[in-house]
Write a protein that binds this ligand. Structure first.
Ligand SMILES: Cc1cc2nc3c(=O)[nH]c(=O)nc-3n(C[C@H](O)[C@H](O)[C@H](O)COP(=O)(O)OP(=O)(O)OC[C@H]3O[C@@H](n4cnc5c(N)ncnc54)[C@H](O)[C@@H]3O)c2cc1C
Length: 473
């Protein structure tokens, strides 16, 4: 019997770890084709950072690539002499460079290749997948070099899209010479020494990376940042402290109203201990996906409308020493975060960008003249506008469709297989990672993604098994 072909589109954490789990779980012959472009295999955008300054936002003790081995990354750091064995305890609470994590993932991949069973074939194709056509359960993937790949199973591990295009008073900023649309491109923090003012749009973790990147490249001018809610990042204050007092109550949560009451009660309790409330959200982490799936769509919408901003602030924290560094820059007036919205802007003939924004704090319009604007607004989840040609093409023809919250791709009720615009389920086409945000809500960081990679592999093998048993009978 011909080996079923599994095409994994995207070789970041999700695609690579799905393949690694297939090596571990497959008991029948399969052929895996990894299609990856733009970023190095196993690393994706997050872990191919060009500098050691960009740090993980999860402590080393919880960054293992396997669901059953959270300490694997910390152990690897010691085994490979980045730290001494006696430093294990303190190391596990630290936020390591993402570049180092990229090395670890490459090692995971290399080791997996060495130990995979002989009946699992794997090849890596360095190309961009541009389209997929389905005919009677066989999928044809068209690549940018005009080659076509036939597959029985497809995994859309396409990862993080670039931020959405910025348009101010109907003018796209893309037209400006000194506007940088993709914050993950090294060019946006390069060649900055001679500049005086840089404006970053966004006040999240990518803004922090960008500040660190331009400062590393000897920028000593003023960094301005703008976002509708201003600077509200918080540091990791209690790394390693576990709050377990709400565990039993959480297990029986039935609805959002009940969850809110429990959470607020425990926040008061935590505060009475002199600790900060993020311990309570951390305690919810292990059950967040389960709780989200129990909510009705109305409750999910209420959460997104009323609580998601606060949730994201608490969930996406920064290492304490980086937070302190930002405060120091702020005191020195080198870092000026604003709360507001851009109203107008234009680039003059010297390449300076003039920005007028409504400053929410002063209630007045403010005028800035900057040498560069960098878009740090975070990945765009709108499928039809994605910078990813495959996602855009599939969404345009209705092969994939957004979930009802517009956070990711619509999938079947009980697994990660996609449902197209006509409501038809494609049981052989799976997705994971940020594409599952609408389904799982917490679907971005490694502690969740390693579980998904394992689960995706299980679902693929179950699908293949089912198909083969039908073919035999
Ligand atoms: C800057 C940044 C920092 C982060 N830091 C952390 C962190 O510290 N800790 C943490 O837990 N999480 C972090 N995250 C979350 C991160 O999303 C995940 O940890 C993980 O890296 C996501 O992996 P992925 O495979 O889904 O996507 P990606 O890493 O985006 O990988 C997708 C890959 O697929 C390729 N690809 C996409 N479409 C195609 C196509 N059509 N054809 C061919 N190839 C294609 C892309 O080029 C890329 O190589 C970070 C995210 C970002 C963006």
């Amino acid at each position: 019997m011909k080996k079923p072909v599994i095409a994994i589109i995207g070789g970041g954490f999700c695609g690579t770890m799905t393949a690694v789990n297939l090596f571990r779980q497959a008991t029948v012959p399969v052929e895996i084709k990894m299609i990856n472009a733009e970023y190095p295999l196993a690393n994706g955008v997050a872990y191919s950072a060009h500098t050691l300054k960009y740090l993980l936002n999860v402590p080393a003790e919880n960054m293992g690539a396997f669901a059953d081995k959270p300490l694997d990354f910390a152990n690897w750091l010691i085994e490979n002499n980045f730290y001494k064995p006696e430093e294990r305890e303190i190391l596990s609470k630290t936020f390591q460079p993402r570049k180092l994590y990229g090395l670890y993932l490459k090692n995971v991949w290399q080791q997996a290749l060495k130990t995979k069973p002989g009946y699992v074939d794997v090849s890596v194709i360095n190309s961009t997948a541009e389209n997929i056509d389905a005919t009677e359960d066989v999928y044809t993937i068209t690549l940018n070099n005009a080659d076509a790949i036939k597959a029985d199973v497809i995994v859309l591990a396409t990862g993080n899209a670039a931020p959405q295009q910025l348009v101010v008073s109907k003018k796209p900023l893309d037209d400006y010479k000194n506007y940088f649309a993709n914050p993950w491109n090294e060019a946006c923090v390069s060649d900055v020494k001679h500049l005086k003012n840089i404006l970053i749009i966004g006040n999240g973790l990518t803004m922090i990376d960008t500040v660190l990147g331009i400062r590393e490249n000897s920028f000593s001018g003023t960094i301005h940042t703008i976002s509708p809610n201003g600077f509200s990042l918080i540091p990791h204050r209690h790394v390693g402290t576990k709050y377990t007092l709400l565990q039993s109550e959480i297990e029986n949560v039935k609805n959002l109203h009940q969850l809110r009451r429990i959470v607020y009660r425990h926040i008061i309790k935590v505060r009475n201990f002199g600790l900060s409330p993020e311990l309570v959200t951390d305690a919810l982490r292990a059950t967040t996906v389960k709780i989200w799936q129990q909510f009705t769509n109305e409750e999910k919408k209420t959460f997104l409308r009323e609580l998601s901003y606060q949730w994201n602030v608490v969930r996406h924290r920064t290492p304490h020493h980086i937070y302190d560094y930002l405060l120091k820059l702020r005191e020195e007036k080198k870092f000026l975060p604003y709360t507001g919205k851009m109203k107008n802007c234009f680039e003059d003939e010297d390449g300076k960008i003039h920005v007028i924004f409504a400053n929410k704090k002063t209630g007045e319009d403010q005028h800035l003249i900057v040498d560069r604007i960098i878009n740090c607004t975070g990945p765009d989840s709108k499928l039809q506008q994605s910078d990813n040609i495959l996602v855009r093409n599939l969404a345009t023809k209705g092969f994939i469709v957004a979930d009802i919250f517009n956070l990711g791709i619509k999938t079947g009720n009980n697994n990660y297989s996609i449902v197209d615009a006509h409501g038809k389920n494609h049981p052989g086409v799976f997705t994971l990672g940020s594409n599952l945000k609408g389904k799982l809500w917490e679907s971005v960081a490694v502690p969740e993604l390693r579980v998904q990679a394992e689960e995706t592999s299980r679902q693929i093998l179950s699908f293949i098994n089912h198909k083969q048993s039908i073919a035999v009978s």
